[in-house]
Design a protein around this ligand. Structure first.
Ligand code: GLA
Length: 384
């Protein structure tokens, strides 16, 4: 059955449109968004879609083809139902939109179908949030800009779902542009879309197939550790966030941070900030080999200083380098999930085979290596 037939089978009426939003990878600038830094993500060709129809009442009825679960809620009495984590993402959007004063005149039927692996660090949740804001705006002519869509989606994550995440994922998806990456200043919320012109090289996604564990608690812990580091540095220096501090300044203020763990976290942030600048420079000059080196350095910093990598991401990173990648690193929050590797386009088949072999030797798990395109953000599908 195609989506329209499945929709009819579940909701008992015809659908009127399908919208989709992509996943994202982050090339460099990890765990910098909530530290006021620059990040460099890109939207990739793995999609979540929503097929919809407008209802005559004020109910939001959703069904997921992936989890095979469905729920409904009345716009007049939105509550958080902890039993159904994914549905809270949908309901959270409506709660925040109403709270921001947007008028939603009718309910919706929404059929969700996703090819973005859940909990894999490719931002399946930000894609879902952006998608629901986008389709609601389009359906009821709310005229919400792409920049604002990302902000609203982030509010859902922060205020409704309780994850202290930064703006990167939602912005990377909402502002995705074909063959471009997004240089996003997370402090000012300004951005530049930079052509991702890698010549004979390409980025591939390496999936560890280890679901991210403890992600929200460990993530929030890192956010708090960075805040502690910032408070200590502020005793000597007037700064708004950690990314305003240079590598040299950190050396000068080393004594202020006696807690070794806090120092390591701050060190990662400040060194990663420097790597973003080097990476963007190298990208603009098309110095591809330098890009690879910076990716590897970033991985080491995330592994040793920020401690968000773990044995599976480390194993796949090493396997990628052994298989000929000129650079590789974990992407996203970490604690399991995915890595990215920069490889020669024509080496894909051999690269994939070697990574799968070495990864399964090291971990006894099967990995996936995915070829992806860099794509536009949310769209209404023309074929419905
Ligand atoms: C997750 C968060 C982002 C960002 C990354 C790490 O994906 O949602 O806001 O902090 O981790 O860079």
């Amino acid at each position: 059955m195609d989506l329209k037939e499945l929709f009819r089978a579940y909701f008992g009426c015809d659908s009127t449109a399908t919208y989709r939003a992509p996943a994202r990878i982050n090339l460099i600038g990890e765990h910098l968004d909530y530290n006021g830094g620059l990040v460099l993500p890109a939207a990739i060709s793995l999609y979540i879609s929503a097929t919809i129809s407008v209802r005559n009442d004020s109910k939001i009825k959703v069904y997921s083809l992936n989890t095979k679960t469905g729920f409904e809620i009345d716009l007049k009495e939105i509550r958080k139902d902890s039993k159904y984590a994914w549905a809270n993402y949908v309901f959270g959007v409506f709660s925040i939109l109403l709270d921001e004063g947007y008028k939603i005149p009718n309910g919706l039927n929404i059929l969700i179908d996703s090819e973005i692996p859940l909990g894999s660090g490719l931002s399946s949740s930000a894609a879902l949030l952006d998608l629901i804001v986008y389709l609601t705006s389009e359906t009821f002519s709310l005229d919400i800009s792409l920049e604002k869509i990302a902000k609203l989606a982030q509010r859902v994550e922060n205020d409704y779902l309780g994850l202290k995440s930064g703006i990167m994922d939602e912005a990377a998806i909402a502002l995705g542009k074909k063959n471009h990456c997004l240089l996003l200043n997370c402090q000012e919320y300004e951005y530049e879309q930079i052509p991702l012109d890698l010549g004979d090289y390409t980025f591939v996604v390496l999936k560890t197939n280890v679901p991210r564990s403890l992600v929200s608690s460990k993530y929030n812990e890192r956010v708090e550790e960075c805040q502690k580091g910032l408070e200590l540095i502020r005793k000597k220096m007037n700064v708004n966030n950690l990314c305003e501090i240079s590598v040299l300044e950190l050396e000068r203020f080393k004594d202020l941070i006696s807690d070794e763990i806090i120092y390591q976290r701050v060190k990662h942030v400040i060194s990663e900030r420097h790597r973003v600048h080097l990476f963007v420079e190298a990208l603009k000059k098309k110095e591809i080999v330098s890009l690879g080196k910076i990716l590897n350095e970033s991985h080491l910093s995330l592994k040793d200083d920020y401690e968000v990598s773990g044995p599976y991401l480390d194993a796949i990173q090493i396997a990628a380098i052994h298989a000929g990648a000129i650079g590789a690193r974990m992407t996203g929050a970490g604690f399991g999930g995915c890595a990215i590797a920069l490889i020669k386009k024509d080496s894909f088949t051999k690269f994939r085979e070697e990574v799968l072999n070495e990864y399964s030797n090291l971990t006894e798990l099967h990995a996936d290596v995915l070829e992806v395109d860099i794509v536009d953000g949310p769209t209404k599908c023309l074929l419905h």
